[in-house]
Design a binder for this molecule. Structure first.
Ligand SMILES: Nc1ncnc2c1ncn2[C@@H]1O[C@H](COP(=O)(O)OP(=O)(O)O)[C@@H](O)[C@H]1O
Ligand SMILES: [Mg+2]
Length: 249
């Protein structure tokens, strides 16, 4: 096996993040494997979004290190992380309301790694638009599109940067049961079609159980457990956290 196959795609080493005197992330260490689906769950305020912000260059770490393919990335700004292949989506869709769907998704490719010929963008954008099921509405203005459509556009734009790892912050928030099923199918298709690791931060742990190769539970800024879904879901501490708050839905 080559050394790159042995190097984790991303590695967090004793990562801590404080806000003033408050420690939001308290020395967490874990690896993210190439191509896996890693679910991250935990109660409100556990530090899920902060972890995602640290991994994508949105926030600097207070101490510790984050390595991407062996390279230290915790001092890099978000656009440099994006160029290396680290992408993310937000809990509240961020899209450009004045542009149509195609243009929004295409914009993601412009933040991608340099060196791709202009003409190759078009084929890639079309491929991504098909994957997120927006072909029929690709020329429509996005200004009055519904939440699921806005989420698909944001996902498409992130994929257009050709990420090796894509972080999703509560992608199912605000969707009804049918919309959730649609979006889960889209994640499955993306994962089957593209060589990308998905890190899905999600409150809805049952959906994570269906999607993930491994689940990490954050609690008070620390890693409670990281393992296969069946192991995590039968962990008494996890059951207590979720059943205790009526969240194991
Ligand atoms: N910019 C910030 N300034 C101060 N405190 C913050 C900031 N961002 C997050 N926190 C705090 O850090 C903790 C973790 O927040 P967050 O990562 O958003 O949790 P989660 O996404 O798991 O709900 C919370 O107590 C939150 O109030
Ligand atoms: Mg959050």
């Amino acid at each position: 096996m080559s050394s790159s196959a042995l190097t984790p795609l991303m590695a967090l080493k004793e990562v801590t993040r404080t806000f003033g005197s408050f420690t939001a992330i308290d020395g967490i260490s874990f690896d993210i494997h190439r191509g896996e689906v890693l679910g991250i769950a935990g109660p409100n305020g556990a530090g899920k979004t902060t972890t995602l912000n640290l991994c994508t260059g949105v926030l600097p770490v207070s101490s510790g290190q984050i390595l991407f393919e062996g390279q230290q990335v915790d001092k890099l700004p978000a656009h440099r992380c994006c160029h290396l292949g680290i992408a993310r989506t937000f809990q509240i869709p961020k899209i450009f309301s004045s542009m149509n769907t195609w243009k929004n998704v295409y914009t993601g490719s412009r933040f991608g790694r340099p060196g791709i010929e202009r003409t190759k963008y078009d084929a890639h954008v079309s491929e991504v638009i098909d994957l997120v099921e927006l072909s029929e509405s690709k020329l429509m203005p996005v200004s009055d599109s519904d939440l699921l459509t806005r989420k698909r556009i944001m996902l498409g734009a992130a994929l257009c940067s050709r990420p090796k790892i894509l972080f999703l912050d509560e992608p199912l928030a605000g969707l009804n049961a049918d919309e959730m099923d649609t979006f889960i199918d889209i994640f499955r298709r993306i994962h089957a079609s593209l060589d990308v690791a998905l890190v899905i931060v999600e409150h809805k742990i049952r959906a994570l159980e269906l999607l993930s190769d491994r689940i990490l539970i954050l609690n008070f800024g620390s890693v409670l457990t990281i393992d296969e879904p069946s192991v995590v879901m039968s962990d008494p501490e996890v059951i207590e956290i979720y059943l205790g708050k009526g969240n194991l839905a």
